[in-house]
Design a protein around this ligand. Structure first.
Ligand code: PMP
Length: 365
């Protein structure tokens, strides 16, 4: 007995965790700064930690039906109806729900290359076909409507990422709107805003709802997550905001109890811990400017909580940094073997990383 042929399926390559690296090198985890997974260096929102503690003693009970208080709060935040908020196990879970809701076998899905690996993985799990559109480093990884529309055929799902991982480029609402308007009627444009809080661009929710001078669209969905600005990556909570006309579709695709009660309690508390989010966003904006202006290597402008650098040989530079106790992301698996992606840390972590990168690059000259 074997599972179906999964040999062509990509596997998810997570950033390397500090425990794994420290164990491998026989070193103390405290010697390292980990800037490889775009996590929140300030930890979870304090209110979320309290909420998890308070909910722990009720962990024997199933979650509240439909997680209504969190979806109601998120609906209020975005000024949409509660049934437009599809909670999932992280942004990844929400991506899966869109695949389930949209894809018939052999439907095609257009994904950015380089880009976040899970779009293609989820499409394949759901028997879709994957096509890619190229983002060029020479054009700052711009999600350019002309070349994207030239690549688009009759996809069922088309992914945009704003800010884009791993480059940090952003797509304006005008770009998203034009792509949605000019692609086939059956194409849903998914704007993945996992790093949305860190950017200066508006959310694609404005297109779904017809705000800011745009007509309301039923062919745009937005992905958001609690993993980044809210510091809850380990809790696994994210959501999609979908068009209003989809009514009961979520009830037909979601896993029973799409998110854990502890995650929902944490999320509900985190949404209103605005001080923590603001501090996180301010600190990330400072860190990305510091990294880009201090490190002696070409960097791309980033709207996220990370910066992509062209260092010539990403694997070698990442390995040398690891020896110096700084863990960054070698971008070879993104198809960018010359690059590293460095997450925004606290002020001291960021300064230490910048110094270490400069030392490594100077030693290679
Ligand atoms: N989208 C992008 C672009 C990401 O980089 C990530 C995580 N790194 C996600 C979605 C999913 O994050 P999560 O499942 O933790 O919400």
């Amino acid at each position: 007995m074997q599972p179906r042929d999964l040999s062509t399926h990509a596997t998810y390559e997570a950033g390397r965790g500090v425990e794994e690296v420290a164990r491998e090198q026989g070193r103390d985890p405290d010697e390292f700064v980990t800037l490889s997974s775009n996590e929140n260096p300030h930890g979870p929102a304090p209110a979320a930690v309290e909420a998890i503690r308070a909910a722990a003693s009720s962990a024997h009970a199933y979650p509240k039906a439909s997680h209504a208080d969190l979806t109601d709060r998120l609906a209020e935040k975005w000024d949409v109806e509660p049934d437009q908020v599809w909670l999932g196990n992280g942004g990844d879970g929400a991506i899966d729900y869109l695949s389930r809701a949209m894809l018939e076998p052999d439907d095609t899905v257009l994904v950015p290359e380089p880009g976040f690996a899970y779009y293609a993985m989820s499409a394949r799990f759901h028997h879709g076909r994957v096509r890619t559109y190229e983002l060029s480093k020479d054009d700052d990884f711009e999600q350019d409507p002309d070349s994207l529309l030239a690549a688009a055929e009759c996809e069922r799902l088309l992914y945009l990422t704003s800010p884009h991982n791993p480059s940090g480029s952003t797509a304006s609402l005008e770009t998203v709107e034009r792509i949605a308007r000019e692609t086939a009627d059956e194409t849903l444009v998914v704007v993945d805003e996992a790093y949305g809080e860190f950017a200066e661009t508006e959310s694609g929710v404005a297109l779904i709802e017809g705000r800011d001078g745009f007509d309301a669209r039923d062919d745009v969905a937005v992905i958001r997550t609690f993993s980044k600005a809210y510091g809850l990556a380990g809790v696994r909570l994210g959501y999609a905001v979908v068009p209003g006309a989809w009514a009961d579709a979520y009830a037909r695709v979601n896993t029973p109890f799409a998110a854990s009660e502890l995650a929902c309690r944490a999320g509900l508390a985190a949404v209103d811990d605005t001080d923590h989010v603001e501090q996180t966003v301010d600190s990330a904006r400072w860190a990305r400017d510091y990294l880009a202006s201090t490190v002696d290597a070409p960097a791309w402008p980033s709207g996220g909580n990370f910066v992509l650098f062209d260092v010539g040989d990403g694997a070698a530079v990442a390995a040398a940094l690891q020896d110096r106790g700084v863990i960054v992301r070698d971008c070879t698996s993104f198809g960018l073997p010359g690059c590293i992606r460095v997450s925004c840390g606290t002020e001291s972590e960021t300064k230490r990383a910048a110094d270490a990168i400069d030392e490594v690059l100077a030693a290679r000259d």
